[in-house]
Design a protein around this ligand. Structure first.
Ligand SMILES: O=C(CO)[C@H](O)[C@H](O)COP(=O)(O)O
Length: 214
């Protein structure tokens, strides 16, 4: 099965977690695009979606799905998203699509986080995929120096501005053996808005193609 087939398959599995009449939390990316397609087929059966990006909002609206603000949604039953890497403890690296902050907020506000990946994203130790860190623009150089002190190699994703008006540093050369500790440590750096490490709020269910890991 090629990667797109795996992504579509995972999206077909993920849709089973969505109950009629509920608000759905929706992530961002190419895997999520397949999920939104599935959701579109059930547009009349779901209450609304809370979206993690302008990109997903546009796709949802195109398919006639009502998009509401997180502040009006209350606790969301299920959040569905992709990831860039996933370890055996269901900790994730996310943010390849620069939507990490809103994704992390919606994941935190949801009872269940269903993560869809293709098999290439399964790793024993996180860090081969550069870790995205969203920063306040004026803090970019300072945060980069702090990351270097911690052993990482930050690279500015030049030309990319997030939906929140911020910038992204992609941190290379990491081998993340303690994701909870690294997430907490990076969160302490002044100027960091969000770290694309989802360890504190990790996935509850991971779907790899047609296979569901618990
Ligand atoms: O975190 C993300 C966006 O910020 C995406 O979930 C992640 O980059 C995976 O994307 P794709 O499904 O296109 O491989």
């Amino acid at each position: 099965m090629n990667r797109d087939e795996q992504k579509r398959m995972a999206a077909e599995q993920a849709i089973r977690y969505i109950e009629d009449g509920t608000v759905v939390g929706v992530g961002t990316g190419s895997t999520v695009a397949f999920f939104i397609e599935e959701l579109g087929r059930r547009a009349d059966r779901i209450e609304a979606a809370v979206s993690s990006s302008e990109q997903s909002t546009a796709l949802l609206k195109k398919l006639g799905i009502r998009v509401i603000d997180l502040n009006s949604a209350g606790e969301i039953p299920v959040y569905v998203d992709g990831a860039d890497e996933c370890d055996p403890q269901r900790c994730l690296i996310k943010g390849g699509g620069a939507a990490l902050t809103r994704e992390k907020i919606i994941a935190a506000a949801s009872r269940k986080f269903v993560c869809m990946i293709d098999s290439i994203k399964r790793v024993d130790v996180l860090g081969k995929f550069p870790l995205p860190v969203e920063v306040i623009p004026m803090a970019r150089s300072y945060v980069a120096r702090e990351i270097v002190k911690r052993g990482g190699t930050p690279v500015w994703r030049d030309g990319v501005t997030t939906d929140n008006g911020n910038w992204i540093l992609d941190v290379h050369n990491l081998r993340i053996t303690d994701p909870v500790a690294l997430e907490a440590d990076y969160n302490q750096i002044t100027g960091v808005v969000c770290v694309g490490l989802f360890a504190n709020r990790r996935a509850d269910v991971v779907i790899v193609g047609a296979e569901t890991l618990k």
